[in-house]
Design a protein around this ligand. Structure first.
Ligand code: NAD
Length: 316
């Protein structure tokens, strides 16, 4: 039995607690930001409003404070969305905790000063001196995981022993783990698939969507190599695995469908998806200053087209 702390009580952090508990770990969850999740998790019933289910009684909720990070845990899981990464980086900076950290967050950040795109593990290391990180990615809809539907994910760390140790603590019959050393490739794939899910969603029939799927895979392969990841990672769970699930369902491909029907991003958002977070849009705005300036547009025409569609609110 290990002691696991999950930071982030959103859909994914809460769903992730289920296999961890089933594996006989002592699991504590904390929520630093969102009042609805704080209310959900601190209530007696523990009904999660996003997952629409009651979380296990054994899941312990603790109010967030920086001090909780200093307590003795065997694994700390970061399940915040991209917007929360600088917050947790600042909190962890200088604490010098040795506990292994596992990052579930998907996304990339643009470092304006260095004019570089950083993956989340790079950002935590470069800007906040947090180095003991592994990443977990792959096709995993939080609602399906929470219902214990079969899910496969990949844990990556250059130190493969650490990735396997983490896998042992969190795997169950329905939550299967694979392992990789290609941390960068896996982080790049899992972030940009949200943009390519929009691209594929814009295809207005299966033939067109399949064409866009194949060309998206080629562009993703190019980008993995550009950022010095291993291009074979495209064939894994964090590559085509996650691209598939995002392209057949979810908010990014839904927005892509509206773009394909001729709406601009702003009009589709206002008319059909006002309250939805479209992660691909946030990522597009974050990475556009780098991608549009630095990468040969002939190598990634679909990405460039989508970035311009969102940035300039044009028809695709
Ligand atoms: N690795 C995987 O298998 C996997 C699967 C699904 C989702 N995800 C990723 O997990 C992350 C969370 O997804 P989710 O579905 O739980 O989202 P969610 O919206 O349900 O929860 C978001 C979480 O981030 C926190 N947060 C948001 N803005 C913040 C801020 N400014 N400061 C501090 N905290 C902030 C919220 O409080 C909440 O805890 C996303 O990056 C998503 O892509 C990973």
């Amino acid at each position: 039995m290990r002691k696991i702390l999950i930071i982030g009580g959103g859909a994914m952090g809460s769903a992730f607690s289920i296999p961890c508990l089933e594996n006989n770990n002592k699991v504590t969850i904390t929520e630093p930001y969102n009042k609805i999740f704080i209310n959900n998790l601190s209530s007696k019933k523990k009904f999660h409003s996003s997952l629409k289910l009651t979380l296990p009684k054994k899941l312990k909720y603790r109010k967030y404070s920086k001090d909780i990070l200093k307590e003795k845990f065997d694994l700390i899981v970061i399940a915040l969305s991209l917007a929360g990464i600088d917050f947790i980086g600042k909190e962890l900076k200088d604490l010098k905790i040795k506990t292994p950290l596992l990052i579930l967050t998907k996304g990339l950040k643009y470092d304006k000063k260095k004019n570089k795109l950083l993956t989340i593990s790079e950002l935590l290391k470069n800007n906040y001196n947090v180095a003991n990180t592994s990443v977990l990615k792959g096709p995993c809809l939080a609602k399906e995981l929470a219902k214990k539907n079969k899910t496969s994910v990949v844990v990556a760390n250059k130190n493969i022993k650490m990735a396997k140790w983490i896998g042992k603590q969190i795997s169950t019959k329905y939550y299967l783990t694979e392992f990789s050393r290609d941390v960068i490739g896996i982080e790049i794939c899992s972030a940009i698939k949200n943009i390519y899910a929009m691209v594929i969603g814009s295809g207005q029939n299966l033939n067109a969507a399949s064409d866009l799927f194949q060309k998206s895979v080629n562009e993703m392969k190019f980008l993995i190599k550009y950022f010095k990841g291993d291009e074979s990672t495209i064939l894994g769970l964090a590559g085509i695995g996650d691209l598939y699930v995002s392209a057949v369902g979810g908010r990014n491909s839904k927005m892509g469908d509206f773009l394909g029907k001729g709406f601009t991003f702003a009009s589709a958002k206002k008319k059909f998806m006002l309250k939805d977070t479209v992660e691909g849009e946030q990522l597009a705005r974050e990475i556009a200053p780098f991608i549009l300036k630095k990468i040969n547009k002939d190598r990634i025409p679909l990405m460039i087209n989508l970035l311009k569609t969102i940035l300039y609110n044009k028809k695709i």
